[in-house]
Design a protein around this ligand. Structure first.
Ligand code: PTJ
Length: 246
């Protein structure tokens, strides 16, 4: 990795880029993943690069839904693994939700590399690719018998937009993490977390830990995904308008 001086005003953003570049060189991240990150960065920029109330609310709702699921699963791809490997493993353990490797730009080699990196953090990783999600033509159809195939709740962070609809057709609840509130997946998911995955997963870990220690606060939790998406889009509009009026 390049050395980035901590005093650099864009330090965190540059470190995140370095993680992806390293992930790409190590064969974890697809080349297209670097482009996908750029799109995410642009949305993060106009969201102020912080977790807003609407995001925190959706993160709590997501943890609650996953913790109440019978067969929850956390789907991981190249970008998510490069950015938050240890955190994904921690969340997976707290929620008893296995990690399942599911790639859009599929190769057996990359599946194995991602699985072994996550296993080095002590995770249970499903990577056999021994089942097919009917109705999907892309490589995302390759799933696991003990994972997405039987899951009732699926967390699909940084998704490319062809799977959410099919997962829902199969009767599954879908949670996504996507900085773009306008994306197809964001619009179709049951819970959309409009936040950077580098902040979202640590926030979800915190909630999962709180939930383990005392579930009372979460008993009456109400969540409206459409309202949540509207709040995210409104915040972007307000930010841009404020720049015009500056
Ligand atoms: O590893 P693979 O082969 O499964 O491929 C993974 C990528 C990400 C390349 C693939 O899923 C893809 O092409 O995705 P898209 O269509 O670019 O969509 C990814 C979405 O994630 C976009 O809406 C981005 O805005 C968003 N995004 C990118 N980086 C982040 C993010 N959302 C949250 N946190 C990020 N760091």
């Amino acid at each position: 990795m390049h050395t980035i001086p901590e005093s650099h005003p864009r330090y965190r953003s540059l470190i995140t880029r370095e993680k992806l570049v390293k992930g790409f060189k190590d064969g974890i991240v697809a080349p297209q993943g670097l482009i996908a990150h750029g799109r995410g960065e642009a949305f993060d920029y106009i969201l102020g690069e912080k977790t807003h109330d609407f995001a925190l609310k959706s993160e709590k709702a997501a943890v609650l839904l996953l913790s109440r699921a019978k067969n929850p699963v956390i789907s991981v791809n190249g970008n998510t693994t490069a950015l938050v490997p240890g955190e994904l493993v921690k969340l997976s353990k707290l929620l008893n939700a296995p990690l399942e490797v599911n790639l859009f730009h599929w190769s057996r080699e990359r599946v194995e590399k991602i699985a072994s990196l996550l296993r080095s953090f002590g995770a249970e990783v499903l990577a056999e690719g021994d089942a097919v999600l009917e109705g999907l033509e892309s490589a995302r159809r390759i799933v696991n018998k003990r994972g997405t195939y039987i899951a009732d709740v699926v967390l699909v962070p940084l998704e490319d937009g062809d799977r959410c609809e099919i997962l829902k057709k199969h009767g599954k609840k879908v949670i996504t993490i996507d900085l773009n509130p306008l994306s197809r997946t964001s619009q179709m998911a049951d819970i959309t977390i409009v936040d950077n995955i580098t902040r979202a997963i640590p926030n979800m870990i915190k909630t999962a830990e709180e939930l383990k220690n005392g579930p009372n606060e979460y008993k009456e939790f109400e969540f409206d995904n459409n309202q949540n998406l509207r709040s995210a889009i409104q915040l972007i509009c307000e930010y841009l308008t404020s720049k015009v009026l500056d």
